[in-house]
Design a protein around this ligand. Structure first.
Ligand SMILES: CC(C)(COP(=O)(O)OP(=O)(O)OC[C@H]1O[C@@H](n2cnc3c(N)ncnc32)[C@H](O)[C@@H]1OP(=O)(O)O)[C@@H](O)C(=O)NCCC(=O)NCCS
Length: 163
């Protein structure tokens, strides 16, 4: 099955009926795009638009990991959660690597059950295994407590230019 990495099995984690694994091409049909729209503006993508972006991201291999969670006991295969890790390769720190956690969202029906914690912790583990010296993310002040539970500490100030 097409997934964003040939080493996709290494990212897979199963606890109870919930499996966390790498994004697959077929997840377009399993509600992945509409799940993202619970986080930010995310208009639907046609199958070919989705496939084009999927292929582009898959070319980054383990430097761009999108995890999804699904309930393997459910009759209909639906994506319940997602989160992304982007690995930035630097000249600093002897050619060090920094992990960036992005686009974490849990379906409204599945929140408050520890799934968000599992997805982010797994992304952090993958970053550690990839040799990153730190993992960073941006979030709103309301999510400080959640990310603290995931092991993050507050550091610096976020700044942005939007276009
Ligand atoms: C924020 C979000 C990812 C949390 O996922 P979740 O699966 O509901 O969280 P969990 O059940 O794993 O919670 C883990 C811990 O964090 C706490 N927590 C979760 N959401 C929280 C919040 N908004 N504020 C404070 N604490 C929170 C939980 O109480 C829990 O603590 P406990 O272990 O002491 O019980 C989810 O609510 C979500 O998708 N929100 C909308 C999208 C979003 O804001 N994404 C983050 C973008 S930066």
């Amino acid at each position: 099955m097409a997934s964003t990495s040939p080493e996709s099995a290494a990212a897979t984690e199963t606890d109870g009926s919930i499996q966390i694994r790498r994004l697959e091409l077929a997840d377009h049909e399993r509600g992945f795009v509409s799940l993202l729209s619970q986080l930010s503006s995310c208009p639907d993508l046609t199958a070919s638009e989705f496939a084009a972006r999927f292929t582009e991201l898959a070319a980054h291999g383990d430097d761009h990991v999108i995890l999804v969670a699904e309930d393997s006991s459910a009759q209909e295969r639906r994506i319940l959660a997602t989160g992304c890790l982007f690995v930035e390769r630097k000249f600093l720190r002897g050619g060090g690597k920094v992990g960036h956690v992005e686009d974490v969202v849990i379906d409204a029906t599945a929140r408050g059950k520890g799934l968000g914690l599992r997805v982010v912790r797994r992304l952090v583990e993958i970053a550690r295994e990839a040799g990153c010296y730190k993992v960073i993310l941006d979030c709103t002040p309301e999510l400080r407590a959640y990310y603290a539970k995931c092991g993050f500490v507050e550091k610096g100030v976020q700044m942005a230019v939007y276009f």
